[in-house]
Ligand binder design. Sequence first.
Ligand code: 3PG
Length: 306
Amino acid sequence: MKVLVATSKPFAKVAVDGIREVIEGAGYELALLEKYTEKAALLAAVADADAIIIRSDIIDAEVFDAAKQLKIVVRAGAGYDNVDLASATAHGVCVMNTPGQNANAVAELVAGLMVYAVRNFYNGTSGIELLGKKLGIHAFGNVGRNVARIAKGFGMEVYAFDAYCPKEVIEAAGVHAVDNVEDMYKTCQFISLHLPATDETKNSIGKKLVSLMPKGAVLVNSARKEIINEEELIKLMQEREDLKFVSDIAPAAATKFEELFADRYFATPKKMGAQTAEANINAGIAAANQIVGFFKDGCTKFMVNR
Ligand code: 3PG
């Protein structure tokens, strides 16, 4: 049984060591394809793999066609929009994610991005504080919940909107549950986005919502670039000089954002919310354990293409 770790953005070494221990401990072989830049390398590496552990690596129909022995793909992380689920199902491959395992890492980065924004990107000028400010969390999943916990430590007043999460769950976390998403954007100077990229959410964050935000608005995106309507956001930022946009995912129009809003826009050079040793260990080892559980016990917990 061969398990391939295919990560164009590699895990920390300590996480790979942990994955190896689990996989080899179960009597399987571990193969590594790290920092690859060409799809051809991935296509060659998957040819004899029974299982693959990936991150944001694109697993499309061509990869499934090339992976003749493949039975399971585990996305070590939360979002699985990088995997063609229909093709996986057509090829009889089980796809899983590892929800929650990297959530704190992403949430800490969000806190850092908020501080960076309100301190004027550390340019030495006078900024503002987070204490007492209102933060709206758009989608209250694992990352959103961790952002809420950390933001409360800053003394922020936290609100959340999630069409799929019961109000009681949000309130139990000491967060104001908002019935109507527009109300949250009207109320909160800070908005942190935690929506997955789906047909429903793509392009959904644009003028209609962001224009409602109060003066001095800060929009933080640590989710996916596709959820933002970039054309509308650019237009709005041109109209509103008070609006800042900080992101862990460079927008498609990154160059335009940089040129137009040098002092109000920042994106990490590479998505790095989940780039901590702890998150790599948690998500990587969870992925390895899920593969062993799948082969040894038929466990399909966390399967996303049922
Ligand atoms: C996720 O969906 O888990 C995060 O976006 C992290 O992605 P990464 O593993 O590519 O850093």
